[in-house]
Design a protein around this ligand. Structure first.
Ligand SMILES: CC(C)(COP(=O)(O)OP(=O)(O)OC[C@H]1O[C@@H](n2cnc3c(N)ncnc32)[C@H](O)[C@@H]1OP(=O)(O)O)[C@@H](O)C(=O)NCCC(=O)NCCS
Length: 247
């Protein structure tokens, strides 16, 4: 498929047509990150060079969106921290403090559903890697959201990560793409992204009723949500896997 990579900074108007992509790609609950949500809009103002689209010029259509943020990772596994929430906060802090970035952190790859399964995963990582190289950054680091984890919501991420196919490759397709291109699995992150809401919000986001307290699996959830009626709270932690690519 022919496409060009266009950064938000180059052509912001392109993003007027892409508001739908997030809604097409992400389940509703996933668009309510406690930490990620408030920072997301700021990516376009403060890191406009690092948000991009794969654009099919012939069809005049955006086929995928990618989001990244430069960060001052110290090169250690501990320094990768507790996942996507912690890393996005650290990236904005580093920028405010004037600390130079060392790595590019992948935040999201969003391929429009009708183009999924067509080999674009690798192309998204090509674009992110090229962006990192052009900025003189040494690594692409990714808190990966395993794409089949939602079918195994009660399996701990540490265990899910050990599963392999017959040929020894990772069981999860998205992790597999990363590893095949040389990415190193650094560590599982059971609590990467926090999503909390009232019980009514969770019922609306998931299309389910939660009559009592306790843990529930739900459609497209990578882990269970914990429901507490006394506190009127539903709490969910999305698990991720840190993968590191040298650029
Ligand atoms: C995850 C995503 C970026 C992958 O891009 P893609 O273009 O759909 O994937 P590709 O066609 O390049 O396939 C990559 C691998 O996944 C496999 N795959 C693709 N769709 C699959 C599906 N529905 N079920 C199982 N495996 C699947 C492919 O077979 C391939 O593995 P293989 O090379 O071992 O055969 C894309 O599907 C997407 O945007 N998904 C929704 C958002 C998301 O989860 N993003 C990632 C976290 S930020």
């Amino acid at each position: 498929m022919a496409f060009t990579v266009i950064r938000y900074s180059e052509r912001p108007a392109l993003w007027e047509d892409t508001a739908d992509i997030s809604h097409e790609v992400w389940p509703e609950y996933n668009q309510h990150g406690d930490v990620l949500g408030p920072y997301w809009g700021r990516l376009f103002d403060e890191f406009a060079d690092y948000q991009f689209a794969l654009f099919d010029g012939e069809a005049a259509e955006v086929i995928a969106e990618g989001h990244t943020v430069p960060c001052d990772w110290d090169g250690t596994t501990e320094g990768l921290g507790d996942g996507i929430d912690a890393m996005i906060v650290a990236a904005f802090e580093a920028r405010a403090a004037g600390r130079p970035p060392t790595a590019l952190c992948a935040l999201a790859a969003e391929v429009r559903p009708r183009f999924q399964g067509g080999g674009l995963a690798d192309r998204m990582l090509d674009a992110m890697s090229e962006m990192g190289r052009q900025a003189g950054l040494g690594h692409l680091i990714a808190p990966v959201r395993p794409s089949l984890k939602h079918r195994y919501p009660i399996t701990p991420i540490e265990q899910y990560l050990t599963w392999t196919r017959e040929n020894g490759e990772p069981f999860d397709p998205w992790i597999r793409v990363h590893v095949r291109r040389g990415g190193t699995i650094a560590k599982p992150v059971p609590r990467s992204m926090s999503i909390a809401g009232t019980v009514a919000e969770w019922e609306q986001w998931t299309g389910m009723r939660f009559p009592g307290d306790g843990q529930y699996t739900f459609p497209d959830g990578l882990a269970p949500v914990e429901i507490d009626h006394d506190r009127d709270r539903g709490s969910y932690w999305e698990p991720n896997v840190w993968i590191v690519h040298a650029l």
